[in-house]
Write a protein that binds this ligand. Sequence first.
Ligand SMILES: [Zn+2]
Length: 471
Amino acid sequence: MIIALPATRIQASSEETPAMKRFQQTMIVCAILLFTTTHAIAESNWKVGSDFAVITPQKPMWMAGYAARNKPSEGVASDLHAKAVVLDDGNKNKAAIITLDLISVPRGLRDRVANLIEKHHGVPADAVMLNCSHTHCGPVVRSPEATITDIDSEKVSQAVEYSRTLEKTLVKLVGGAIENSVPSTLTYHRARAAFAMNRRLPTANGFRNSPNPEGPVDHDVPVLKITDVDGKLTTILFGYACHNTTLGFYEFCGDYAGFAQTEIERAHPGVVAMFVMGCGGDQNPYPRRTLDLAITHGKTLATSVEAALQTPAISVSGPLQAKLEHVEVTYAAPPTKEELESRLSTSNKYIKRHTTRLLKQLEKEGKLRTSYTTLVQTFQFGDDLTLIALPGETVIDYSLRLKHEFSDRNVWVAGYSNDVFAYVPSKRVLNEGGYEGGGALIYFTTVLHPGPFAEDIEERIINSVHRQLEK
Ligand SMILES: [Zn+2]
């Protein structure tokens, strides 16, 4: 509007002197400058702060991620971190994103932490996102109210104690991030990294956990760059969809995601670099198994982040709109008592343990679980960026599908957020079967899953995202 008025006047007048024309042209330039400056001020209403805490256990603990581990940790290869960024769009909309170098986010922990953050720091619980890197070299984390294993065992009791301390740390961390808040500018960038490969290899005997170069991948590296008013980098959020399973040894370590964060922070002193895990449920880093490879993958990812920072900046403005839905997913028909009893003759100790638990539940409660209610969350940054936070060990199909269905906008899809309760297969992976399709459910010790999910699990989760983004 400001620009249109002088422009119209120039076109309307055919008898102007050169001096008048120069004056009017100067007015146009001024109007453009005024418009640009006003626009820039509108975009810089963000107040953002971040903080970090070391969450490496102080003593040896049982480690999470591989059922076959038979002893506690034996040292520290690299520290584990919790990090928080608190975003305030200057219009009373706030969000807190917390990232963790840990295997999972137990639902109970998320709920308690989010509620305490709302109470003490004024960030609505629905706008609090917890995302874990899924490192397989962290401690077992366990909410006391949701454990199906013996709480008196050393493994579980120390995990519960660790989680209680962690909850307090995370609430304090958000307070620290708020204290560090300064007027900021947000920009979105993107690059790619290719060390993740699909890990579901079709064989004559079903899908095997092995590199499959033909399987779907999502190599995007989304980056949210946050700078202060002087243009100084303060916080970098970056994502990647790949299991943090380069390593499986007995030392605490953030795996490739930990090394990527360290590398970025080394290159940009004072910056808080935060890794957001994508839908890497069926993706592994390759090659793997040595500390050197974890460091190499970390450096590769950090290099991709640096590459992303060299791409044209997409300005991210508000308003910030956070939404969260409780979504019920259901299971396929559960096994009968007779089927369970016949399974007990198996020589597989994990199937036997799971079956025994199901039989106990059947005896005690008269039925097995038929559904589970989880959380699907979205953050909209004006029209510039949409962050979707999916629960569980979400497979890559979710990320690819959502980016396709919302191809008219910048979409960042995170998995492993707020409630890591199970592998979350797509309809395709569910029908193919194998580990992520349902086989892994026997290993989960926070929710007693009766068996694979029903076929509509993908639609239920995707529909929730559409409901949240299309309102
Ligand atoms: Zn996993």
